[in-house]
Design a protein around this ligand. Sequence first.
Ligand code: A4P
Ligand code: MG
Length: 175
Amino acid sequence: MEREKKDNSRNLYIGIGSNLNNPIHQLNIAIEYLSKIDFSHNMKIASFYESPPMGPLDQNNYINTAVMFSSSESPEDILITLKDIESSMGRKKNSIRWSERTIDLDIILLGDLVYESDSLTIPHMYAHERAFVLFPLLDLNPDIFIPKKGFAKDLVKDCLYRNIKKIENNERFEI
Ligand code: A4P
Ligand code: MG
C-alpha cells in the first residue's frame, strides 16, 4: 500500500481513454497537456492498450493508457484541471452512457485516499474491474493497491473486458 509522503503529496494515477479522431494521437496530446500542468513532476507513462468498446458496440475500439505523478493538489482541483484539458481537446457532452469520446481523463487513484463527493469518487468506482484500467496501472506500479478492493495484480486475473491488446508489440494478453 502507498504511504503518504511528508510533504502531503500523493501518487496520482490518471486513466486516459479515447476512441475518436485518431485515438493514439489524442492520448499523446492529453499526455502533453498533463506534462505541462504545474504539479506534474516526474510523470511516468504506461503502455498503450487497445480494446473493444465497453458499452454500446456501434463505436470504434478504444485506446487506453495511464500516467502517474506525485501531487499535493486537492481531489476537486485535480478534477477541474482534467475537465479543463478535456474541454481544450474538444470533448463534447453526449447523453448516451459509455458513448464514443475524443478524450476521457479519470482520476483512478490518489495515493491511498478514499474520497466521495457529489462530483467525485476516488478510487474510480469501476477501476478494479476493468482490464483497460488495470493493465496500465500495473505498468506504472506492479504492486499497486486499490483501497477497499485489493492488489491490481490479483484483480486483473478476474476482471471484465479482458480482450485487450498492448499496442507496441501487438501481443494479445491471455490471462
Ligand atoms: N467522476 C466521479 N468520479 C470520478 C473520477 N474518479 N474521475 C464524475 C473523473 N471523474 C469522476 O464523467 C462524468 C462525471 O464523473 C464527471 O463529471 C465527474 O464529476 P465524464 O468523463 O463526463 O463521463 P464518462 O467518462 O462518460 O463517465 P463514466 O460513465 O464514468 O464513463 P467511464 O466509466 O469513464 O466509461 N471502453 C473501453 N474499451 N475503454 C474505455 O476507456 N470508457 C468508457 C467510458 C466507455 N467504454 C470504454 C471506455
Ligand atoms: Mg470520465
